[in-house]
Ligand binder design. Structure first.
Ligand code: 7RM
Length: 631
């Protein structure tokens, strides 16, 4: 199923558009099914209702584990590299991983988990996290992984939204020189989570934790009490595999739902093709499993293809800016998949940290999470790839399950900082504000997808109407991505960034409304408006304009207090980088905040603010400009 030449890509692409069902059935044939499908696809984007491989029976872990045992049982499945460079790495072969997954699946069963139950996972980047994820999938439980940087309140909201029955966590996590007391955060969260019956706690940082009688259990104790035989639960292709919460432009994060069959086929197919994975290669994705990139390209994509996936607990620049290069050298990494924010951060140390590091095993490089700037692209190409490794700039989303618009390594002719062309089966279209298709090349528009693909979201958990409203109602019969996009003279796609109120901070999606709600919870705050602004390392930073009438002399302390509130309500990842206190916000006569103007001010623009004729009170703008300048 690996595409070998550009001509073959073009031919495959044409076929996939003309005969989508035949195309995807052909790809799906390469996976292990207990029973094949009765129907490849039924769909409409109006409800929406999307079903792939209806009637098929399978278990994704038999594809990720069991089917590799006979030939590749002793091949490394997961190589784990600790946060601490002096600690030795751990290798789990397919045989060992299979055994651990079965064992932990039996632990879940022993604690009353059955098919369909939702399980919250809040863990450090350790092998047991992958084991926990796969153990859920083994028995048909639905995992909801929450990134280690979210607060107790965020966790509680997510646990309650999907009524999780059990939580899997650890005492704490290491990230660089920071430690997070994961269990403590879970304890705080669970005060408001009546559905959670059991908490399984892994020992990792060896920080003291409180263990509640009758609720909390040690991971290490539990796995001793079960055996390693755990037949996989037979799943329907359209049974739920996982929920992953993601931010949008309004309200609370949505639980994006992916199902077993289509997601598996899509993650596996895109992995093998875009990265040109070869047997025995080591694939290193630097994302956290708490995000979709980790789900699809640390766990499911690589393992479904029998690959070796490297899992790194720490951060690329700790304890020194050479760390990432040392890991590549140590584990002879062949494919490196990372984010522009990481590249820019590494780039800021110059090329000294690279000196003497053997990166000659690298064959393919990948970028994901945000638009990559040309400077970072060239640095990656020259200093890391030595102009010898194709860079795949992969555009996709939590909702798409896998890569959508991306070069295929060694196949697609590249352009710097460009996601290039849709993968087979993906039908992008650009539309204007009214939803009219923008045809031809050399054009800009809002990026939509007009035909289903197996990895797409099926619903948002517990609220199908919200899924419809968010993704399928802006433009009838199209999936709307929320991204702006240019199609250049050659028909290549270049993503320009979000066109909605979502900020992309270091490749993490943060809704402006969410941050505003958090700020507004702080005593003394009357109103706030949050926008993104260009940030050298993070891509975008968070800029908050806050009305706080009773400001005292120590306004810096008040700022810190507000940051503390945001940390409590959402998590440290949503802390504004800049705060200005203002007496009013630019509003239209109908009371809408004119974010367009605030965005310009946040970018440092002072004169050219666009059309301000609908402003209720122009004096407010003058004041804000002065205040922003003084930062
Ligand atoms: C995989 C992931 C999705 C949003 C998406 C875009 C932005 C992601 C690229 C990109 C330009 C890229 N999922 N985005 N990849 N923009 N070029 N290669 O990041 O759900 O967390 O974010 O990220 O705005 O809509 S996500």
């Amino acid at each position: 199923m690996q595409i070998k030449s550009f001509a073959e890509y073009e031919e495959t692409y044409r076929f996939s558009v003309e005969w989508p069902e035949k195309f995807w059935a052909g790809i799906a044939e390469e996976f292990l099914w207990r029973k094949k499908w009765d129907k490849v696809l039924s769909w409409n984007f109006s409800e929406p209702n999307i079903k792939w491989f209806e009637g098929a029976k399978l278990n994704i872990t038999e594809n990720c584990l069991d089917r590799h045992l006979a030939k590749n049982g002793d091949k490394p499945a997961i190589i784990w590299e600790s946060n601490d460079p002096d600690k030795s790495s751990i290798t789990l072969t397919y045989k060992v991983l299979h055994e651990q997954v079965c064992r932990f699946a039996n632990v879940l069963k022993k604690n009353g988990v059955v098919k369909g139950d939702r399980i919250c996972i809040y863990m450090p980047m350790v092998p047991e996290l992958a084991v926990a994820v796969l153990a859920c999938a083994r028995i048909g439980a639905v995992h909801s992984v929450i990134f280690g940087g979210f607060s107790a309140k965020s966790i509680a909201d997510r646990i309650n939204d999907s009524a999780c029955k059990l939580v899997i966590t650890a005492d704490g996590s290491f990230r660089g020189n920071k430690q997070i007391q994961l269990k403590e955060v879970i304890d705080d969260a669970l005060i408001g989570c009546p559905t959670v019956e059991k908490v399984i706690v892994l020992t990792h940082t060896r920080t003291p934790v409180s263990m509640l009688k009758g609720r909390d259990l040690w991971f290490e104790d539990e796995i001793k009490q079960v055996d390693t035989d755990c037949p996989a639960e037979e799943m329907d292709a359209e049974d739920m595999l996982f929920i992953l919460y993601t931010s949008g432009s309004t309200g609370k994060p949505k639980g994006v739902v992916h199902t077993v069959g289509g997601y598996m086929v899509y993650a596996g197919y895109t992995f093998t093709n875009a990265f040109n994975y070869q047997p025995d290669e080591v694939f290193f994705c630097t994302a956290d499993i708490g995000w979709i990139t980790g789900h699809s390209y640390i766990v499911y994509g690589p393992l479904s293809q029998g690959a070796t996936t490297l899992m790194f607990e720490g951060v690329p620049t700790h304890p020194t800016p050479s760390r990432l290069w040392e890991i590549i050298e140590k584990h002879k990494v062949n494919i490196l998949y990372t984010a522009p924010t990481a590249i820019r951060s590494l780039m800021s140390y110059g090329t000294d940290p690279l000196k003497g590091k053997d990166l000659s095993t690298l064959r393919v490089l990948g970028s994901v999470g945000e638009p990559i700037n040309e400077e970072a692209w060239h640095w990656f190409d020259e200093e890391v790839g030595h102009k010898n490794c194709p860079i795949v700039d992969t555009w996709w989303q939590t909702e798409t399950g896998g890569l959508m618009i991306s070069p295929i390594a060694f196949v697609t002719p590249l352009k710097p900082a460009c996601a290039t062309l849709p993968l087979p089966g993906i039908q992008p279209i650009l539309v204007d504000e009214q939803g009219n298709e923008i045809e031809g090349n050399g054009v800009n528009g809002n990026l939509c997808i007009k035909f289903p693909w197996p990895g797409m979201l099926r619903t948002t958990y517990g609220d199908h109407e919200r899924c419809k409203q968010t993704y399928f109602s802006t433009y009838p019969d199209l999936y709307f991505t929320g991204d702006g996009c240019m199609r250049d003279e050659d028909g290549y796609y270049k993503i320009t960034g979000r066109v909605d109120d979502v900020i992309n901070v270091s490749g993490h999606r943060i809704g402006t409304a969410e941050v505003e709600n958090a700020i507004n919870m702080h005593a003394g705050v009357v109103e706030s408006a949050v926008v993104g602004y260009p940030h050298e390392i993070k891509g975008q930073g968070i800029f908050a304009f806050i009305i706080y009438p009773k400001l005292h002399n120590e306004s810096d302390l008040t700022k810190k207090d507000i940051l503390q509130t945001v940390t409590r309500v959402i998590g440290a990842i949503a802390k504004p980088d800049k705060i200005v206190f203002v007496s009013g916000l630019p509003k239209t006569r109908s009371g809408k905040i004119m974010r367009r103007i605030l965005r310009k001010i946040a970018e440092g623009e002072t004169t050219n603010l666009g059309d301000t004729s609908t402003l209720l009170d122009p004096a407010v703008v003058e004041e804000i400009i002065v205040a922003a300048k003084q930062l």
